[in-house]
Write a protein that binds this ligand. Structure first.
Ligand code: SF4
Length: 63
């Protein structure tokens, strides 16, 4: 599976980081970085929850 980010939508709100800090990090400038965009299958549930937590629908899980 792969994490896709719509950069036009992301506002650096950090909900994704709160749900899965191993995969998402918001820096001091409120820019979100995906730390690992191809998570192992065992992390699907956590990553899925983080993707769904984004209030502006900037995240998508593919595959
Ligand atoms: S929750 Fe959404 S808007 Fe906030 S940092 Fe993550 S992707 Fe960006």
């Amino acid at each position: 599976m792969r994490i896709e980010v719509d950069r036009d939508r992301c506002e650096g709100l950090g909900m994704c980081e709160a749900m899965a800090h191993e995969f998402f990090e918001v820096d001091d400038d409120e820019v979100m970085h995906v730390l690992d965009d191809s998570p192992a299958e065992e992390h699907r549930q956590q990553v899925f929850a983080a993707v769904n937590s984004c209030p502006v629908l900037a995240l998508k899980l593919v595959g």
